[in-house]
Design a protein around this ligand. Structure first.
Ligand SMILES: *Cc1c(COP(=O)(O)O)cnc(C)c1O
Length: 368
């Protein structure tokens, strides 16, 4: 049996008529840049999350970049982020001429450790950017408390968690700004790149709307130098159709995670921990094992899709050599980068396929 890590075709065919119609509507209206579908989707995401404003941008990366710009991050500033995350989290900080300051993560939830933040705060620190990794929110209360005490902005990298909840609050609504990605493989994915920022702050929302159109206050008059970063109208139309199914898909992911959890109980496999106060939506189902690279080979041989998120923490990346970090600085991130492997957990994964994944992994450990 061949089991993919993710199969977007199954999702498409389950809602094909609606998606096709939505695309056709955009083509017929020909209002391709910031068309009515963008506004409608922004309103629906804001409503879905319980936020006042939503601003569609070109990607999750741009959502982070424009958010930090809106928070006033400038060259020489510092932004505190976890090291164990997708590169974009750090890349946007660097692109603004600011310095990423990396901290370690919890071994069981993969999210940043709030008690390491305060010691890294200097007079140059401008913001904290927690990442809600793999579908589960970071422990936000202590992060927000530290930010308030030191007068720092909080930008949530919620690229992997649209629909997840922390103490009943939706991901992205707790910081000053929350950033989503609609990259095709995300839980709410488009047919290309896309992103969005949500906020309750009217001034920040207005600033973001300006930044995405080159910094223009009105056409051909610029109060600042901005970007060309808009959510594409076709993407918005597709995503608006998919948003209606998101909760159903998240529930299905949770069920599959539960099945894995039960199947691997009592083995040496470290399964992801869902904090009591969290509603995890399992963007990834990531386990940690001792013989990770051999397990990976074995899964590939058995035609089971898997991936390593992430094989090298950001503080050890070549491009950040100049920051002076060395091996051993963030031990949890370094340890897990050698142990993690993500398994198929997409909503349309069949029971039979999942059973095959479980049995193959159990077989690997029985024979090693
Ligand atoms: C996907 C992702 C991003 C970037 O989103 P794009 O839409 O691909 O630009 C940023 N941060 C995290 C944690 C992500 O997973």
């Amino acid at each position: 049996m061949k089991v993919p890590l993710l199969d977007l075709k199954r999702q498409y065919y389950s809602i094909k008529d609606r998606i096709d119609q939505a695309i056709k509507d955009v083509l017929e209206k020909t209002q391709f840049i910031l068309g009515p579908q963008v506004k409608k989707f922004e309103e629906n995401v804001a409503k879905y999350c319980g936020a006042k404003y939503a601003v569609g941008v070109a990607s999750g990366t741009d959502a982070l970049l424009l958010s930090l710009r809106a928070c006033g991050v400038k060259p020489g500033d510092e932004v505190i982020i976890p090291s164990f995350t997708f590169f974009a989290t750090a890349g946007v900080v660097s692109r603004l001429g600011a310095l990423p300051v990396f901290i370690d993560m919890d071994l069981m939830t993969y999210n940043m450790l709030p008690d390491q933040i305060e010691e890294k705060i200097t007079e140059k620190t401008k913001a904290i950017m927690p990442v809600h990794l793999f579908g589960q929110c970071a422990d936000m209360d202590p992060i927000l408390e530290i930010a308030k005490k030191h007068n720092l902005k909080v930008v949530e990298d919620a690229a992997q968690v649209i629909g997840a909840k922390y103490k009943g609050k939706k991901a992205g609504t707790m910081g000053d700004l929350g950033c989503f990605s609609f990259f095709p493989s995300k839980n709410l994915g488009g047919a290309g790149d896309g992103g969005m920022v949500i906020t309750d702050n009217e001034d920040l929302a207005e600033l973001l709307r300006k930044l995405r159109i080159h910094g223009a206050t009105q056409k051909y008059f610029y109060s600042m130098v901005g970007y060309n970063s808009r959510l594409d109208t076709i993407q918005a139309a597709i995503l608006d159709v998919k948003l209606k199914y998101l909760d159903e898909w998240s529930e299905k992911r949770r069920k599959k995670a539960e099945i894995y959890g039960r199947a691997f109980k009592g083995t040496d496999i470290v399964t992801p921990k869902e904090d009591d106060f969290n509603y995890h939506i399992y963007h990834q189902y990531t386990i940690a094992v001792k013989n990770r690279d051999r397990l990976r080979e074995y899964l590939i041989q058995n035609q089971i899709g898997c991936a390593i998120y992430y094989p090298l923490p950001l503080h050890l990346q070549e491009c950040y050599k100049g920051l002076g970090y060395k091996k051993g600085d963030l031990p949890n991130s370094e340890k897990r980068s050698e142990e993690v492997i993500s398994l198929p957990v997409f909503p349309e994964l069949t029971q039979e396929e999942q059973e095959f994944v479980v049995q193959t992994i159990k077989g690997f450990f029985a024979n090693k």
